[in-house]
Ligand binder design. Structure first.
Ligand code: G6P
Length: 613
């Protein structure tokens, strides 16, 4: 989704902004632009395509100036082209804006401005907003700070914006509602960005703007923050814990591959401090004050989107198995609009890597309004969801840059496993022996993931056989049904091959009609669970000529005799198999996408952090 970078201080702004935009590329975008201010005015330069296209376009132009704003745009209103790219200027060219989000009432504001004689060059809601700010500033005769406040009071929607003014080379105005904005504090300089990745190499001191806050950011002064309702606020400075090497490729060809390989470590980081080695007990400080509420909950409603929703499905199996609490897993986008029944005895648990997904956030707000206890499982520390919830658990996977989620998914499943174990134990639903056996097994998972990663070269060979197909079917049962869904999603996202995930037994109610000798089918057939039943499903596929890739438990003979290709995972409890079976599917997608020449880390049309509906 759109990325924002801005700099004001004593350095040249342009290189900082371009580098920052590159750091934000992972969020997904289709055009980019910058506006740089100096004593001769504001120069606005934009281009469709990648940041490197923008750089090539700018190469011989003057970019001197110590204040500037930059933007990567993920098209919402209007096609991705140069005119619709940000920054957008006011009609007199004196103000320039970058914006992430959607102004929902832009059409009525536009009509009102048109009757006043304003004309518009682009199709965007953002250009409407900067004209509105210009209009307020002119007719109310107020400062830019005040004009932004008054204009935003008229606006319905979500935004993170930065506005700069011609002739003011040491100050800009920033505001947020619904879309994140981080302000980095340097020495007589400030950095602004959609997330901390462009800021981390310059400063660790940051202020997260809260919803409805506007900041006057002047290089030589302290931050001045007020709300849209004109209430003065104090800036709270946080120290970033992220380090630069976590957002670089570190010798890997792609972030996605790096993140797949990081999983043994990220799983360990997720479990760190949460399993007491002395007594093999799970301790979850993040939810300890809400443990009773969870134990007494009539049901747990999990809300999430995309890959996080798949983790939620695994959570359903875990909570129902270990804690015997009924669970519903909902697409946040559907839940929020369907007048759901939410009771005060419900626990609503949001799962989100970014912690910023607009639909998940809105679903939680609704649940909070209705009096439910709201919890979060997020990766990004300090994110909007993390701040909204009553309590929660961070996954601690480290920054995930590849758009296709890998380590975030695995660590979400680890957190859900720990939660279900803890609550199950406290409720007396798990025997001591069972509980401790699972914890012991969980501690072995990072080493087992390392084993699975050794299948990489085998998977590369399998990928070569399937790089040209048009469709894939993924099948799994029980705990591995959500893994089949996730495997199919991963392939779609990065290789653009159509893929569907199905519960293996449902195959005969439809997808079986698709099977012929062209159709590859990925089946997860681990030794536990419904192994024999899955073997029958495999036979049904084979009888119709389908080409089979099977994920099996080491030493398996039955499936090996039937399938065309088998990838082995180490033996482990059925409940923990998703942590292993999911890895070969990530690698398979990666290699197929690579062989097809796709942009693995930044697949077309996708965004990492979906901050609009
Ligand atoms: C986007 C990303 C997915 C992610 C989904 C939910 O679609 O491309 O990888 O699973 O959003 O994001 P969240 O940050 O809430 O987990």
């Amino acid at each position: 989704m759109c990325g924002i970078v801005a700099y004001v201080g004593n350095k040249d702004a342009y290189p900082i902004i371009i580098k920052g935009l590159k750091r934000l590329e992972y969020r997904g975008y289709d055009s980019a632009g910058v506006a740089i201010g100096n004593d001769s005015g504001i120069t606005t330069l934009k281009q469709k395509g990648k940041v490197s296209d923008l750089e090539a376009y700018i190469s011989i132009k003057d970019t001197s100036g110590s204040i500037g704003i930059g933007h990567t745009r993920w098209a919402t209103h209007g096609v991705p082209n140069q005119v619709n790219s940000h920054p957008h200027n006011s009609s007199d060219g004196k103000l320039s804006i970058i914006h992430n989000g959607i102004i929902e009432n832009y059409a009525s504001i536009k009509t009102a401005l048109e009757t006043k004689g304003y004309t518009f060059k682009s199709d965007t809601d953002t250009e409407v907003l900067i004209h509105l700010i210009e209009d307020v500033k002119k007719y109310e005769n107020v400062s830019l700070f005040e004009a932004v406040r008054i204009a935003l009071d008229e606006v319905v929607g979500a935004y993170a914006i930065v506005v700069m003014e011609d002739g003011v080379t040491n100050e800009f105005i920033a505001a947020r509602k619904g879309s994140p904005l981080v302000i980095g504090i340097g020495c007589d300089e400030y950095y602004i960005a959609s997330d901390a990745t462009p800021i981390i190499e310059y400063t660790k001191d940051v202020v997260y703007l809260e919803d409805g806050e506007i900041a006057r950011v002047n290089a030589c002064e302290e931050l001045e923050i007020k709300t849209i309702d004109n209430e003065i606020k104090t800036a709270y400075i946080h120290e970033l814990e992220m380090s630069l090497d976590t957002i670089e490729k570190d010798g890997f060809t792609h972030f996605m591959l790096k993140e797949i390989y990081e999983q043994p470590k990220s799983i360990l980081d997720t479990m760190r401090g949460r399993i007491n080695p002395d007594n093999n007990e799970v301790i979850l400080g993040g939810i300890s004050n809400y443990e009773q509420k969870i134990m007494n909950a009539n049901r747990i409603i999990i809300v999430a989107c995309g890959t996080s929703w798949h983790a939620g499905l695994i959570g359903e199996y875990l909570f129902e198995d270990f804690a015997r609490i009924p669970v519903e897993v909902e697409y946040a986008s559907e839940f929020r609009y369907r007048n759901p029944i939410i009771r005060e005895t419900d626990v609503v648990l949001a799962i989100s890597q970014s912690g910023e997904t607009a639909d998940t956030l809105a679903a939680l707000e609704l649940a909070k309004e209705k009096g439910a206890t709201i919890l979060g499982v997020c990766n990004v520390v300090g994110s909007s969801i993390a701040r909204l919830t009553h309590a929660g658990i961070y996954t601690h996977a480290g920054p995930e840059i590849g758009v296709a989620s890998t380590k975030a998914f695995t660590t979400q499943v680890v957190v859900l496993t720990l939660m279900a174990l803890r609550i199950g134990k406290q409720k007396g639903m798990l025997s001591n022996t069972n509980y401790h056996q699972i914890i012991t097994e969980l501690a072995l998972i990072p080493r087992k993931v390392e084993e699975v990663l050794k299948t990489n070269s085998q998977i590369e060979i399998i990928a070569q056989q399937f790089m040209d197909v048009s469709n894939f079917l993924y099948l799994g049962r029980g705990y591995n049904f959500p893994v089949a869904l996730e495997g199919a999603l991963k392939l779609k996202e990065i290789s653009y091959i159509h893929a569907e995930g199905y519960p293996a037994a449902e195959m005969k109610h439809g997808p079986i009609a698709l099977i012929d000798d062209e159709m590859p089918i990925v089946v997860i057939a681990t030794k536990k669970g419904n192994y024999e039943k899955v073997v029958s499903n495999i036979q049904e596929v084979k009888a119709r000529g389908g080409r089979l890739i099977a994920i099996v438990t080491e030493g398996d003979k039955t499936v090996k005799d039937i399938a065309d290709y088998c990838i082995e995972i180490p033996n482990c409890f059925e409940e923990l198999t998703p942590l292993l079976t999911n890895i070969p599917l990530q690698l398979l997608s990666y290699h197929i996408a690579l062989l097809r020449g796709c942009d693995v880390d930044q697949p077309r049309n996708l965004a990492k952090s979906v901050t609009v509906e």
